[in-house]
Design a protein around this ligand. Structure first.
Ligand SMILES: Cc1cc2nc3c(=O)[nH]c(=O)nc-3n(C[C@H](O)[C@H](O)[C@H](O)COP(=O)(O)OP(=O)(O)OC[C@H]3O[C@@H](n4cnc5c(N)ncnc54)[C@H](O)[C@@H]3O)c2cc1C
Length: 83
């Protein structure tokens, strides 16, 4: 397991409650492959306590991308993140 901070490059609403997010991290992009998943700390506090898993959609250069749907607390917080 690799733990890394990542910078949000884009976090775009695709349609309805569906979002497409790209983050940059050289270590994550080097080690990640589609089919694997990231466990993301969605909040800046301890609530929600648990990280949320999101499948890796695509890896390009130093960028890792996910698609997600806003359904609850963690994904709502994620959809509001810009960096
Ligand atoms: C291996 C793995 C990979 C995943 N990959 C993705 C992904 O690529 N994209 C993605 O959007 N999500 C993915 N998920 C689901 C994601 O991890 C979260 O569970 C989801 O975002 C809900 O978290 P939340 O904190 O927003 O909602 P919570 O607050 O945890 O849940 C709120 C309510 O929504 C319900 N709920 C939880 N998940 C879903 C769901 N998916 N659809 C409908 N209702 C739900 C719960 O039962 C609860 O009633 C994946 C989960 C796993 C285990």
């Amino acid at each position: 397991m690799i733990q890394s901070a990542a910078k949000i490059i884009f976090n775009t609403r695709v349609t309805g409650q569906a979002f497409h997010m790209g983050v940059s991290s050289s270590v994550l992009s080097r080690e990640s492959k589609p089919g694997q998943f990231l466990t993301i700390r969605t909040g800046d506090t301890r609530d929600p306590l648990l990280r949320r898993p999101f499948s890796i959609h695509r890896v390009r250069k130093n960028q890792v991308e996910i698609f997600y749907e806003v359904v609850g607390k963690g994904s709502t917080l994620l959809s509001q993140k810009t960096r």
